[in-house]
Design a protein around this ligand. Structure first.
Ligand code: CP
Length: 315
């Protein structure tokens, strides 16, 4: 494929190839991420129309570790602020002949639309409530490294499912890889049609976490809420926040995940987030660099092959 716009179009073997390549970038002895020249001579532009700490910095590091020229567009100081549209911005950058565009945008579908207007590879770094494919891939790599497999694991995804592109990409990916998925949270934060993805739905945390192998907590995405869904953060924490008592219902070796950014004391107790025997939150961040390297490496190979064919055909 030319682009990575979501998990939806990927087959299980394609997901496995990305994870295998990402794994090969992790140096086991030094516990670091290797360097390569897979993107040497290529230009990567990061366009983030929404705030980011992890995704933007790890895409930048990943591009640099692969030898690309990496440019971070500062959307706050760009001509978008003067009214330039997403498409005009993309066409302007496209004229500078980038090879890879990494895009985050608050509107679902905006990255797909942009990909139709440019002739480089586009990677979705999160669009509205739609998809965050590299997050789901780095989560899968983290789970696979901790548990040795993805199939026949019980994964409880907890909290604000309705507004979460992370939850959506994860449940698509984990479903394709034959994990058993539970969605756990208040009915007001369950998306309509959640059952169609073949997952079990729970409102009670203790029931939802019973014998789970993986507990994935999500942030309350207040920026996507129209207001007035939860009584208070205190009550939310009491019912759906992950604390030691609720976690005790999961398997004794269950891992705890959170994509970040995390609100301690709202969806998760800080002690659990920092417990290196249970929490793999920092591993998720580390795997983010490896997964983004793998995704860009594979897209660059496809791009080179496509350009080679076009040269051969004289087009
Ligand atoms: N998980 C995630 O997307 O984090 P950032 O918003 O910091 O990139």
């Amino acid at each position: 494929a030319r682009h990575l716009l979501g998990i939806e179009p990927l087959s299980p073997p394609e997901i496995t190839s990305i994870l295998d390549l990402a794994d090969s970038y992790v140096d086991l002895n030094r516990r670091t991420i290797k360097h390569s020249d897979a993107l040497a001579g290529m230009t990567q532009i990061n366009m983030f129309f929404e705030n980011s700490t992890r995704t933007q910095s790890s895409f930048e590091l990943a591009g640099k570790r692969l030898g690309a020229d990496v440019m971070n567009m500062s959307m706050q100081t760009s001509s978008v602020k003067k009214g330039e549209t997403l498409i005009d911005t993309a066409l302007t950058l496209n004229a500078m002949r980038p090879d890879l565009l990494v895009v985050r945008h608050p509107q679902s579908g905006a990255v797909d639309l942009l990909s139709e207007k440019v002739n480089c590879a586009v990677l979705n770094a999160g669009d509205g409530r739609h998809e965050h494919p590299t997050q789901a891939l780095l989560d899968a790599l983290t789970i696979r490294r901790a548990k040795g497999r993805l199939h026949r694991l019980t994964v409880a995804i907890c909290g604000d499912i309705a507004h979460s592109r992370v939850a959506r990409s994860n449940l698509i990916l984990l479903g394709k890889m034959e994990s058993r998925i539970r969605l756990v949270g208040p009915a007001t934060l369950m998306p309509a049609g959640a059952g169609e993805f073949g997952c079990e739905i729970y409102e009670d945390m203790r029931e939802g976490l019973a014998d789970a192998d993986v507990v994935m907590m999500l942030r309350l995405q207040k920026e996507r809420m129209d207001g007035g869904f939860i009584p208070s953060e205190r009550e939310y924490y009491h019912r759906w926040g992950l604390d030691a008592e609720k976690l005790a219902h999961a398997k004794p070796d269950a891992i705890v995940m959170h994509p970040g950014p995390m609100n301690r004391g709202v969806e998760i107790d800080g002690t659990i987030a920092d417990d290196i025997n249970r929490s793999v939150i920092q591993d998720q961040v580390e795997m983010g660099v490896a997964v983004r390297m793998a995704a860009m490496d594979l897209l660059a190979r496809n791009l080179r092959a496509e350009r080679g064919r076009a040269m051969a055909e004289g087009t």
